[in-house]
Design a protein around this ligand. Structure first.
Ligand code: 7TS
Length: 404
C-alpha cells in the first residue's frame, strides 16, 4: 500500500490553491508534478556545480560530467538497456521521434511501407508523414474499435515484406488504451520491420524492459514522470543507432573536423550535438530514483484503483460518455456530456480548482473517428486521491447543471 499523505507531502505544488480552491491536479498526462527531491537537485546543480560537460579539465566540469553520465546509467538501468550508449538523452519524446524519422530518410526508398496506429499523438504522426514525403514511402494505419482498442486482425493484413517500420504508442494519451506492443513488435520483426514505441504515456505508470520487449526504439519524456521539461530518452538498439546518420551537426558529436572531411563520434555522442540539458538530465535521473523508490508495481496498482473508482463515479452522471473503454487501460478518463463543448466544462472545472485538459489532446485523428471536436480528459497520478475524484465528480455535475 502507498502512504499517499506522505507522498503528497513530497510535492509542494499540491498545497497550492487555484481560483481560491485547493488545487486538484488531474492533468498528469500533459505533465506530471515535481517532487521536492527533483527541485532540490535542480537548485543544487545551479548553486554548486553548474559547468559545461565533456570538455573542461576543471573540477566543476568533471563533477557535472560525472553527474550527467551517472544519470545516463540510471536511465539505462531503469529501461534495462544492454549498453549505456544505447541511451541518447534528448529534449523529449518529440525530439527523439524526429531523430529517428529524419535518420530513416537515408534507409528507405520509394514504395516502402510504414505502419502507424490510429491512436497516435501528433508527434508520432507528423514526423513520419514528413519522412514519407521525403522518400516516397507509404503510410498505412491500424484502425481502432469503438472501445479504443487497436484492430490487430487488420494489422496482420497490413504487414508485408514491404513494411520497413512500425510505430505506435505504448499507451494512448487521449484514451488511455494500453496497446499490445509485444505482439506488435514480434509481428513486425517477423517481416523484418523495425519498431519504434512511443512510451511518453506509459512511463509514468509502467517500467518498460526494452530487452524483454526486443524493441528497436523506445522514446519518452522526463516531464511526464516527475522530472523536468526539456529532457527525454531515445533508446535505440546499438545496430540501429549505428545505421542512422546524425540528426544535428555541431560540437560534441564529432571525432575529427577538417574542411575536407568530418568524422562523427561514436554512440551516444553522435546524437547529442551541442550543450545538452545538463541539469535536466541529472534531475531526470533523480526523478527515476524517486519513482523507483515508491515502486512501479505499487504505483500501477493504486492508479488502477483510482481509474476504477473514477470510471464508476463519472459513469453515474446522466448523459456522460467515456471515450476509451479498453480492458487494458491506464488512469486516463476522456469524456463528454451530451453536446456540451469540452472547453466549457473545463473552464468551469478550473474555476473550482480542478485542472483537466480539454480539446483534441494532439490526437485529432482519434477525435475525427469518434466524430467529436474533443473531450474533457482527467488523468490520475499516484499522488491523487479518491477524495479528489469526488471533487471532480461534484464539479462536473455543477458544470452540467450550469451548461444544460
Ligand atoms: N507522445 C505521446 C503519447 C504523448 O502523450 C505526448 C505528449 C508526446 C508524444 C509528446 O511529448 P513531448 O514531451 O515531446 O511534448 N502528450 C501530451 C498530452 O497528452 N497533453 O499534453 C501533452
Amino acid at each position: 500500500m502507498l502512504d499517499i499523505q506522505k507522498i503528497r507531502a513530497d510535492f509542494p505544488i499540491l498545497n497550492e490553491e487555484v481560483n481560491g480552491k485547493p488545487l486538484v491536479y488531474f492533468d498528469n498526462a500533459a505533465t506530471s508534478q515535481t517532487p521536492q527531491v527533483v527541485i532540490d537537485a535542480i537548485v543544487e546543480y545551479y548553486s554548486k556545480y553548474n559547468a559545461n560537460i565533456h570538455r573542461g579539465v576543471h573540477t566543476l566540469s568533471q563533477v557535472a560530467t560525472d553527474a550527467y553520465e551517472q544519470a545516463r546509467l540510471k536511465v539505462q538501468k531503469h529501461f534495462n538497456a544492454k549498453k549505456s550508449y544505447e541511451v541518447i538523452l534528448t529534449a523529449g519524446t518529440t525530439h527523439s521521434i524526429n531523430i529517428v524519422a529524419t535518420g530513416f530518410t537515408a534507409l528507405l526508398k520509394e514504395g516502402d511501407e510504414i505502419i502507424v496506429s490510429a491512436l497516435e499523438h501528433h508527434s508520432n504522426i507528423v514526423p513520419w508523414q514528413m519522412l514519407c514525403e521525403r522518400v516516397g514511402a507509404v503510410l498505412k494505419v491500424i484502425p481502432f474499435n469503438e472501445a479504443g482498442e487497436l484492430q490487430m486482425d487488420v494489422y496482420d493484413t497490413l504487414l508485408s515484406d514491404k513494411t520497413k517500420l512500425v510505430f505506435t504508442n505504448h499507451i494512448s494519451n487521449a484514451l488511455g488504451t494500453i496497446n499490445p506492443i509485444k505482439e506488435i513488435i514480434d509481428k513486425a520483426h517477423a517481416v523484418g520491420a523495425a519498431v519504434l514505441i512511443d512510451g511518453a504515456q506509459a512511463c509514468p505508470h509502467i517500467k518498460p524492459d526494452v530487452q524483454e520487449l526486443d524493441v528497436d526504439f523506445y522514446v519518452a519524456s522526463a516531464h511526464k514522470l516527475c522530472g523536468p521539461t526539456g529532457v527525454g530518452l531515445l533508446y535505440g538498439k546499438e545496430e540501429w543507432l549505428n545505421k542512422l546518420p546524425p540528426y544535428q551537426g555541431g560540437g560534441e558529436m564529432i571525432e575529427t573536423v577538417t574542411f575536407e572531411k568530418t568524422t562523427y563520434a561514436g554512440l551516444p555522442h553522435k546524437f547529442e550535438a551541442g550543450t545538452p540539458n545538463i541539469c535536466g538530465g541529472i534531475a531526470f535521473g533523480v526523478a527515476l530514483d524517486y519513482m523507483n523508490g515508491i515502486g512501479f508495481d505499487k504505483i500501477g496498482a493504486y492508479e488502477q484503483e483510482l481509474l476504477d473508482y473514477g470510471t464508476e463515479q463519472l459513469s453515474q452522471i446522466e448523459g456522460l460518455r467515456i471515450y476509451g473503454t479498453s480492458k487494458n487501460k491506464a488512469s486516463v478518463i476522456s469524456f463528454n456530456i451530451g453536446d456540451i463543448h469540452p472547453f466549457d466544462i473545463g473552464s468551469i472545472l478550473d474555476k473550482l480548482g480542478v485542472a483537466v485538459r480539454t480539446g483534441h489532446h494532439c490526437a485529432q485523428p482519434i477525435m475525427n473517428t469518434y466524430g467529436i471536436p474533443g473531450t474533457v480528459r482527467a488523468s490520475f497520478s499516484f499522488y491523487n486521491t479518491k477524495e479528489e475524484i469526488d471533487v471532480l465528480v461534484a464539479a462536473v455535475k455543477k458544470a452540467q447543471m450550469m451548461l444544460s
